[in-house]
Ligand binder design. Structure first.
Ligand SMILES: [Zn+2]
Ligand SMILES: [Zn+2]
Length: 249
């Protein structure tokens, strides 16, 4: 069952005057909802207002998730170069497409799309980090800036977005069981975990050939350091247990 016009109106009306009383916290509010047919299936797109950083966060919603339990949910951070341009320096697009493809086939599900390029360091700083890499400089620093940042606020915003959508419990699509604790801390009720496994393709084949990715450092076939920009380390179908373990060390 999809979100009806009545349900959409209820969500919008209910959120119009919403404000969290504790003003130190991140507060979001549903600003607008529309149908979004995509190549991955028919979704609704939800635009959120938030009081902290003027970022226009989004939820891509399949089916009527209000009052829903065990709703499959994926958390994705915006990556212009990967998501929109198909960059091979990261796996963001593969991760996003895999999530949308999976949820598009389900009755209900949500992708929370956080508008924070480069894991929150911003687009310009991300391109600076790429540029440094091109000159062989500061690769570790670039990686630290992009790959290993774990912003508490991501989880706080995500938790509030789920609350705004009146979702009762989720099944988190993640490869990292630790993320369950991170979201739980902000009041998200997580009833299960769904492993997020990417289909192998010529672009991510190096994951299958790399013996061990130490500290998330991976060199792709073109010799470029491959950055892990999403919260989650990617698992490509066919990776060995050792390879998966190495990604999380
Ligand atoms: Zn609030
Ligand atoms: Zn990316």
């Amino acid at each position: 069952m999809t979100l009806t016009h009545l349900k959409i109106q209820e969500l919008l009306d209910g959120d119009r005057a919403h404000e969290c009383d504790d003003d130190s916290r991140v507060c979001v509010r549903i600003a607008s909802i529309a149908e979004l047919p995509t190549r991955f299936g028919d979704f609704h797109i939800v635009a959120f207002y938030n009081n902290k950083d003027d970022k226009e966060h989004a939820a891509i919603v399949k089916g009527d998730v209000t009052d829903g339990e065990d709703i499959p949910m994926r958390l994705h951070s915006e990556c212009l170069t990967g998501d929109a341009l198909g960059s091979l320096r990261c796996d963001c697009r593969d991760q996003l497409e895999a999530a949308l493809t999976a949820i598009g086939k389900m009755e209900k599900g949500i992708v929370l799309y956080l508008r924070q390029e480069g894991r929150g360091i911003g687009f310009t700083n991300k391109i600076r980090a790429y540029g440094l890499q091109d000159y062989g400089l500061d690769t570790v620093e670039a990686n630290l800036a992009l790959g290993f940042r774990d912003d508490e606020r991501d989880y706080e915003v995500a938790a509030h977005m789920l609350k705004s959508l009146k979702v009762k419990s989720i099944q988190l699509m993640t490869n990292n069981p630790k993320k369950i604790a991170d979201l739980t801390r902000y009041g998200v009720n997580i009833s299960g975990r769904i492993p997020h496994v990417l289909p192998p393709n010529p672009h991510n084949e190096f994951y299958l050939r790399t013996k061990a990715a130490k500290s998330g450092h991976l060199i792709d076939f073109s010799g470029k350091e491959h950055l892990l920009e999403q919260i989650d380390r990617p698992i490509v179908k066919g990776m060995t247990a050792e390879q998966i373990k190495a990604l999380y060390e």
